[in-house]
Design a protein around this ligand. Structure first.
Ligand code: BV8
Length: 250
């Protein structure tokens, strides 16, 4: 794998970092074979994710929404961690840093599957299903029949345990994420188009304090102009290069 050369000022900041936060989006899972939300390959049977990942879509046609989620679950089941996931695990398990926190918008569980332990899932997890009335029923998503997702409680429907557009994030998770960004002295923003809020506002909590914030994305994003450095490379190469620089004390 070709690793990018890192500028001297970034290497100096990496050598001083103690508390790293890594904010990831769907581009973190691209190299694992999980399709992104927006852009090429982000559609399902001609439908836009934004039109499927909503309570209205579920109320209109729960079977169609479940068929989309099962299609994604099949992709995720075949997905394998890449070296970018492993680079974050190496940092978490190593002693170059005091703390490594992964805050992910993804619902695929790929960070945990790779071995990351300190992971905040802003948008929930696709492998779990819960009752739409929050009655307490929680199931493995694959155990739900798309054609009949009524909850045994008799009042709601079993739905993926994710945050849909128009739904609020879990306030505890969001508060923990915000606190983590306020305490970070190094932030990496990986594989996100930075258009979904409130997640897209999180890097600003660090950048606004003068903290070094590095973007890893082959494409520029609305965040780019606010960040200290942008590495126009895929997640696997960018994260391994950053992790090696941290581990070497740069
Ligand atoms: C809420 C779970 C209020 C479902 C998802 C301002 C404030 C608050 C809300 C809003 C606001 N403005 C607009 C809103 C509404 C909305 C929103 O942000 N809309 C956008 C589209 C404009 N936000 C909400 O609805 C949020 N809710 O705030 O409600 C509220 C408050 C209290 C009470 C009630 C209501 C909820 C948002 C959560 C939606 N759920 N996922 C599921 O997955 O099925 S979001 C969904 O998009 C995924 O989680 C995905 O991760 C996320 C963001 O997308 P990205 O991760 O960035 O992925 P994308 O495909 O866009 O980009 C991929 C990037 O990777 C690209 O840049 C590409 O270049 C790059 N890439 C590709 N390959 C690689 C790579 N990078 C590195 N390496 C590679 N190899």
């Amino acid at each position: 794998m070709n690793l990018p050369e890192l500028p001297a000022d970034l290497r100096a900041s990496l050598g001083k970092a103690r508390n790293l936060v890594v904010l990831t989006g769907a581009g973190m899972s691209t190299e694992s074979g999980v399709p992104v939300f927006r852009g090429p390959g982000g559609l399902w049977e001609g439908n836009r994710p934004e039109d499927l990942a909503t309570p209205e879509a579920f109320a209109r046609d729960s079977e169609k929404v479940w068929r989309w989620y099962r299609w994604r679950l099949e992709k995720i089941a075949l997905a394998e961690s890449h070296d970018g996931h492993r680079a974050l695990v190496d940092l978490e398990q190593g002693n170059a840093l005091d703390q490594v926190t992964v805050i992910t918008q993804n619902v695929d569980g790929m960070h945990q599957r790779a071995g990351s332990r300190n992971v905040l899932e802003l948008h929930g997890n696709i492998t779990r299903a819960r009752c739409s009335t929050h009655c307490g029923e929680v199931r493995d998503s694959l155990s739900v029949d798309p054609a009949n997702c009524n909850c045994p409680c008799g009042r709601g429907g079993l739905r993926p345990d994710v945050v849909w557009f128009g739904e609020g994030l879990d306030p505890d998770v969001l508060t923990r994420a915000e606190r983590t960004l306020h305490e970070a002295d190094m932030v990496w923003v990986v594989g996100t188009s930075a258009v979904v809020y409130p997640a897209a506002a999180l890097p600003g909590l660090a950048a606004g304090r003068g903290v070094c914030v590095v973007e890893v994305n082959p494409e520029p994003t609305p965040l780019t102009s606010r960040l200290t450095h942008s590495l126009r490379v895929p997640a696997s190469a960018g994260l391994r290069a950053l992790a090696l620089a941290v581990a070497s004390g740069s």
